[in-house]
Design a protein around this ligand. Sequence first.
Ligand code: ADP
Ligand code: TYD
Length: 206
Amino acid sequence: MKKGLFISIEGPDGSGKSTQIQKLKKFLEEQGREAIVTREPGGTEISEKIRAIILDKNNVEMDYMTEALLYAASRAQHVAQVIKPALDEGKTIICDRFVDSSIAYQGYGRKLGDCVRIINEFAVAGCMPDITFFLKIDPSIGKMRIKEEVQDRLELEKLAFHNEVFRGYLELEENYKDRIIGIDANRSIKEISKDIIGHMKQLLNL
Ligand code: ADP
Ligand code: TYD
């Protein structure tokens, strides 16, 4: 049984995940909770190496199934080495993207379908977030926030791909109402943060 709290943040590229994670971490620390911020793909030395392979703009020949399996492999290592041990010690994890990203990007965006969910069931071995904040923003607005020269292989995909990813997120939000909280991310940083912290206060009975 895990004792800690597992929070994930999801949404299109440029939706403001990293920005909101820093604010959420600060809030949790003010409440006396140690919050570990981590990200996917990445979070361990091995997972960061896998990340570099997946996001390399030169890897144009990568098969979609290879991509999905690499994300899942990176996640398996991340769960085993970082997330599960921290939760077992009662720590709070804030993870920038998790399984929902694979379902949205590989399942819907790449059209691999339900096999992505199944692969990831093996990868995480039951370790799923307690709460997920889905930053809802039109992918075209998110894209405008990211500088062209720093965009990775997935971010460089066409808008039709990102719209399909967004449709996937909306379906996930609908299917996992108990876990996924949709947050209107087309507002100021301050307003979004207030909204997220409001939900956290409710969850923590503060
Ligand atoms: P993500 O981690 O989802 O890719 P970031 O937090 O890195 O997004 O934000 C992407 C860019 O958009 C950054 O330059 C950031 O300062 C800016 N940004 C974040 N939130 C907002 C917001 N609510 N309104 C306008 N710009 C924002
Ligand atoms: P990330 O560094 O979080 O990008 P951003 O900060 O711009 O949101 O993620 C890198 C890219 O990898 C991003 O385009 C989303 C994609 N991705 C997947 O396609 N599947 C996954 O399982 C994960 C975790 C990320």
